[in-house]
Design a protein around this ligand. Structure first.
Ligand SMILES: [Zn+2]
Length: 225
């Protein structure tokens, strides 16, 4: 079996994504690129996270062609591979339906990174892509163009996508995004949220890039084991 360790780690983080309620049922998908071979391990289409094993993970190349696997890869595989082809500074792509961040994509309202941890890994804002049906080449282009060099993107009327150097950082960034959206939504109900100054957000984010960016973590797809 190709890439047994990376497959096992994709399973571990896919289960964490499910257990921490970033997704429910068979929603969402997760991929990780092996920096040496360039091959990508991705969750299968309709994955049952509770039963998922390393054998269920599909290995594809950067053109989304199946190299090894007994199931069909996630329907979003061409999107994952397009993102990975465009972004050599990251190795992992996670799509979730985390509810508070997704809600901002329903009202099409950007929210500031009001928590220090969120500003660290997400910078000053998360772009929102207009609604388009997912799973198409047009949608993949839209996501890549809207994501740009950001660490996360909200898909209008759908969910979110987060990218990262390794699985552990991608998972923590997905939570930082959801936490920021949730705390901002709560804070607005009880008062007027005070945003972090722009220069402070820039300082926090450059610290993150310098310490947790690709150069700092070269060849590390898993991280934080
Ligand atoms: Zn989705």
């Amino acid at each position: 079996m190709l890439l047994p360790e990376l497959r096992a780690e994709v399973v571990r983080f896919a289960k964490k994504m499910y257990d921490s309620q970033l997704v429910h049922a068979t929603q969402g998908n997760l991929s990780a690129r092996d920096p040496e071979s360039g091959l990508i391990c991705i969750t299968p289409s309709g994955a049952d996270y509770q039963l998922l094993t390393a054998e269920d993970i599909v290995v594809v190349d950067e053109q989304a062609r199946v190299v090894e696997g007994k199931w069909k890869p996630s329907v979003e595989t061409p999107l994952h591979t397009l993102v990975l082809r465009h972004r050599h500074d990251i190795n992992c792509v996670m799509h979730t339906h985390s509810p508070y961040a997704s809600a901002f994509g329903v009202v099409y309202q950007r929210f500031p990174m009001i928590l220090a941890e969120s500003a660290l890994c997400l910078g000053d804002e998360v772009p929102i892509a207009p609604y388009q049906i997912s799973g198409t080449p047009e949608f993949a282009e839209l996501v890549v163009n809207t994501l740009g060099t950001h660490s996360a993107i909200i898909w209008g009327n759908h969910g979110v996508m987060v990218v990262g150097v390794n699985l552990a950082l991608t998972f923590s960034t997905a939570h930082a995004l959801e936490d920021s959206a949730k705390v901002y939504a709560i804070a607005r109900q009880i008062g007027t949220p005070v945003e972090l100054p722009a220069e402070e957000m820039a300082k926090l984010h450059s610290f993150w890039v310098n310490n947790y960016g690709q150069k700092a973590l070269a060849q590390d797809t898993v991280g934080g084991k």
